[in-house]
Design a protein around this ligand. Sequence first.
Ligand SMILES: [Zn+2]
Length: 193
Amino acid sequence: MSSGKVVFPGEELCVEEEFMPGSGAYVDENGFVRAAVLGEPIYDMASRRVSVRPLTRRSLLPRQGDIVLGVVSGIKEDVAIVKVLGFDIHAPFKNPITGLLHISQISESRIESIYDAVRLGDLIKAKVLNNYIPLLLSTKEPRLGVVLAYCSKCGAVLVKESSGLRCPSCGNVEQRKTSIDYLAVVRRGSRKG
Ligand SMILES: [Zn+2]
């Protein structure tokens, strides 16, 4: 029986007692049957097996040149690991897709430390450079980069000023490779003190 829906790799399909995993599915250590590929789950009632028919249309996955939104979920040496959430904030993917942002793809200008450009929890807008997972990302263009960042000291949303990103709560100033579309901006003349 075709369900007509699409599942992402890792998505739970059922428990092992209900259906055994067929092609494109596997059982995790807790006995949940999960999709191994992006595709359509097929539940075979006769054999009590669930398989995942791989999606051949790639339209649901970001492709080379697409602009995506993601959250920095880890930083390892010169690479930021990004949970790619969707094409925009209003159309999230069902499950986040893993993306990688290498320090050489962050900015046109040279970056000494990746922490001067992105940090954990930052919301970024990036361009996709490839057609497979993990997505390889770039934020070099002016419209790309961090669109929302949080203070490393107190967690408040950082506000963009000419000198960088300033925390309105504790006064901490941080640097990022920001997008020209950064969301929290102080309008000229409205800054206090
Ligand atoms: Zn702060």
